[in-house]
Each structure stands twice: as C-alpha cells, then as structure tokens.
Design a protein around this ligand. Sequence first.
Ligand code: GLN
Length: 435
Amino acid sequence: MPTTKPNPKFAEELSKLNKKLNFMSVINSSANGKSLFSVKDNLCVKGFESRAGSKILSGYIPPFNATAVQRMLDSGYEFVGKTVMDEFGFGSFGTNTDIVAKNPFDETRVAGGSSSGAAVATAVIKNHVAIAESTGGSISNPASFCGVVGFTPTYGTISRYGLIDYANSLDKVGVMGRRAADIRAAFDRIKGADNYDSTCSDSKISSTPTKKLMIIEQLMKGIDSKVLSSFDLLLSKMQGMGYKVEHASLDIIDKAIPAYYIISMAEASTNLAKYDGYKYGEQGKDFTKKYNDFFCDARSSFGIEAKRRIVLGTFVRSASVKDKYYIKALKFRTALTSKLSSILKDSFLISPTMPTVAPKIDEAAGLSLIKAYSMDSLTIPPNLSGLPHISFPCGYANGMPIGAQLISSHFNDYALLDFVESWEKSFKYEFKYNL
Ligand code: GLN
C-alpha cells in the first residue's frame, strides 16, 4: 500500500490542480494524502454522487459501496474522489461527457478513455491507486496516454457488484498505479468471490512466466512511427534480458473491432433501457403525458454517443437481423478466444497499447467514427476474450508517454505484474506532478 505522512492541505491542493486538469467530479475534502484510492465514476461509493459521467444520473448518491470500494476501505485505504469518464464508458478520449479531463503532459491533449480521470489522478497523485473499469480498453488506453501502469485482470476476478454496467459480459474492474507493486497490493485486497456477483470467482491466480514474446502481425498495421521506435527499443531491451521475440499471423483478428462494437452496443442498449424517468434516471415531472412522450423526455439527457449506441445496439439484436450480427459476433468471440489462448499457452502477447500518443483534444473531436473506434484495435482483442493485460510506459516521444501492452492467459495475472515489476528496475517513469 503506498503510504506517506498525512498532509492537512492535501484536499485543497488537489482541488486546485483539479481546476486545471478536470479529472475528478467529486473530491473527498477529508482526504489527507495517505494511502489513497480514487474510484471511477461508474462504481458506487456510498454518500458520494456516482453518475457514470452521465447527466441522466445527476444527483444519484448511492446508499452502498461497490464491493471493490468496500474492500479497499476495509484494507485501510482512504477514498480521495470520483474520477471523470466518458458517459457510461462510451469512448476512447474522455470527451463524450460534460467534464473533459486534460492530459497532464500536455493540457491541449486528451487523457484517453473511458477512464480518463483515473489515469490523470494516477499521473498526478503519488500515494494513490485508481479503481477503474474496462470494457474494451478503458484502462489500457488512458494509462498509455497518461504514462501510468494500467492493469485489467481476467474477467471475473474482481466483483462487478456496484458497477453501473456498460456491457456485462465484457466489463472488468481493474487498477491503475504508478508502479506494478502498488497495483498488486490493491488487487490482492479486492479480488475474489463475492456473493453479490455470480460471475466472480476464487479461481487460483498464477504467476507462470515465459521468455517468449509473441507479436501478432495484423495488429502492427497503422502504428505511428514514434510509437513503433519506442516499442522496438523495448523489444531489444527485452531480448537483452533473455526474452525471445516471435511473430504470428492471425487473420481473424481484423474482425475484433466490429464484433466488439456489436456485442458491447447490444448489451449497452439493454442496460440503458431502465433509464425511463420512472424508477431510474432523471425523474420525470409531468405524469399526465403519454408513456412515449414521458420516456422521450427522460432520455433526452443522454449524450449523442449513448443515443447512437442505443439505436445500433437495439438494431443488431432485433429479431430480423440478430443472426447476421449479434450471434455471428458471439461466435467470433469464441473463435478468437480459443486462437489467442492457444498462442498464450507458452508465450505472452506484446504490442504497443495505442497506435499513437494522446491526440490533441480538437483532433480527437474531428476524427470520423470509424477512425475513433479503430483507435481500440490493440486493446479490444484481450478485452473481448476476457484475458488479463497490462499497459506500462515504455518510452517518451516529444514529451508524451508511450505505452506497451502485455497479455497473458486466463488467470495468469501475476505473471504480468511480475514482468512489469522487473521492467521498472531498468526503466524510470516520468511524472509532471507529485501531489
Ligand atoms: N473505447 C471503447 C468503447 O467505446 C472501450 C471503452 C471501455 O472500455 N469502456 O466502447
């Protein structure tokens, strides 16, 4: 657990920096800088507004803690604040919401998404870990853009109880930290079976090492040259440490993005159906209205990306086309998982985490939808297959951090943390703020 002496001025200093970088929606004013943890806005914290970055949940103050939050508190960590995010997790840049976090290395750039605030909090607060969540890359992506370590465990190792769902079959609670050891300490306290989440198990988590690093050729297309040179440098250092680098070809991986967006949108549209203004979401006032009008009013506060996903998700699972899209995507997921698992029997998969460094905020806004969704090409495959993965800083280009991503087989999560801990002995991460 990261510890230090208490600092009575901590909350004040944090609020000041937050005005500049917009990474927290709520700050716990009694936090004093000791063994801190922040919580992504889609995980419930008792007594603190938790709205998953959405206006539709404005004012929702949970009367309970998510299991991961409760376990952190029980272990003696102090809650520091809720971190901002793309609405319901829909996005890759942290811009699909009303509070847009800025990158601590360059405030004109995005922090990544959807766990934008969690990555910034980790990059600026020293004695802290962030509890975040990933559906298709929301931990790896912002960790890479903000120069921190982001760990997404095997699906089902950390309880999702108290998580405001995006897509239940893909959502994973995970941890970001400045060092792998800090992540390990938090992971050890929050993992494990939970009576409130039947998909969460006590399966044994192993630490089986391998000296074989596998690169999937198809994933290396379209990567920026600065990212590639940092990645090549990482590979040559690893070879110097006795690792063997090999290449594999996996044609079907090109279909991972469409399959992911079909499955995730289908599940998201189902999850969002409950926000109807009666029980969930902003309470409607005029009960004389017809149901459809009442429903439309309540849902008008969804952002544009949420509306898009409701429409597309409802379409792909509708009776007339579900075999063509949704069922096909599910079959693809099974096939991809088995292919990746057989490669991972005796190797790690390695790649850059993101194809570029963090883009400028206006550049990200100008990207076509297909381009924006394609930014997830490297993070989606492990997420779709429920595989554990970790993103860690492997270089810097023009002052911006670059991340690499390591993937292992199911439940071999500790091997990833071991790998990054040994990397950290020879590579020093850079931080611009040290609150
Ligand atoms: N960018 C991806 C999406 O928009 C992943 C986000 C996430 O993992 N929550 O779905």
